[in-house]
Design a protein around this ligand. Structure first.
Ligand code: IPE
Ligand code: IPE
Ligand code: MG
Length: 249
């Protein structure tokens, strides 16, 4: 019996873009610290972070990634000062308006995971419009987690399932994990293969709790506004060096 754990495989220097993970999820963290380091207000960090998101989402589409899911605003982020929340919502509106105007060119399918009901009617309408226009696009699907919490996700799925049972459309005795997954915000989207978190925090912060069951993690100290295509390559290369066993040997 080995007394010492096996050494981790060394991270490959180069990502092989011909065998990408199907689904990458990103916890885009560190906007506030990025701004603070520069003596700027936190809102400037969010504006820079929104730019990075544009760059990375476009790049993911260009390299042929199937699914990208990003954590943009958590169910706990309402605890922040009103001014900061207002700035984030303003950036979201700007992003959605731009996305709508570029839709025919980009052909990215956009989805939203989370409870959108507390958003303003204007933002909800923009999310709905974005989703509707891009519904039939094939290629990259970008899922934006807005007012998203992993626990809320599981609770809303349980509620929907219970209602189906009460209405005779589902049978609780035959519920499988696969069937339950279909009730989550992610619906038929496959689980993330790789979860990236920027800014060095070693936690999930209520992100995709169910879906993360067998995801590989890549944590970098880079703050989200500084995240780059090169850093994405590093994350993909690290993923490609992992031995995914799914409980087997
Ligand atoms: C992530 O950056 C963006 C959101 C949570 C909306 P933060 O704003 O959490 O940045 P830090 O963690 O305070 O640096
Ligand atoms: C997670 O980051 C949420 C998003 C990136 C949108 P937080 O900054 O909210 O997480 P904690 O508070 O550090 O756990
Ligand atoms: Mg943070």
């Amino acid at each position: 019996m080995a007394l010492f754990p096996k050494k981790q495989n060394p991270v490959q220097a180069e990502a092989d873009l011909t065998r990408l993970p199907r689904h990458i999820a990103i916890i885009m963290d560190g906007n506030g610290r990025w701004a603070k380091k520069r003596g700027l207000p936190r809102t400037a960090g969010h504006a820079a972070g929104a730019e990075t998101f544009r760059t990375i989402a476009t790049y993911c589409k260009d390299i042929g990634l199937e699914y990208l899911t990003v954590y943009a605003f958590s169910s706990e982020n309402w605890r922040r000062p009103e001014e900061e929340i207002g700035a984030i919502m303003g950036l979201l509106k700007k992003y959605l308006l731009e996305a709508i105007s570029r839709m025919e060119r980009d052909r990215v399918k956009m989805e939203f995971f989370g409870d959108l009901s507390p958003l303003t009617p204007e933002l909800r309408e923009l999310c709905e419009r974005t989703r509707e226009i891009s519904r039939h696009y094939e290629g990259c699907q970008v899922n934006v987690c807005l007012n998203y919490g992993g626990r809320d996700d599981i609770v809303q799925a349980a509620r929907a399932f219970a209602l189906d049972c009460a209405g005779g459309r589902a049978d609780p005795n035959h519920l499988t994990a696969k069937q339950f997954s279909g009730y989550l915000y992610s619906g038929n989207v496959p689980d993330p293969d790789l979860i990236i978190r920027t800014s060095g925090e070693l936690r999930l912060s209520n992100f995709l709790l169910w879906q993360a069951a067998y995801a590989e993690f890549y944590i970098t100290d880079v703050l989200w506004p500084d995240f780059s295509r090169e850093e994405l390559h590093r994350a993909i290369a690290a993923y490609q060096s992992r031995d995914r066993r799914f409980g087997g040997v």
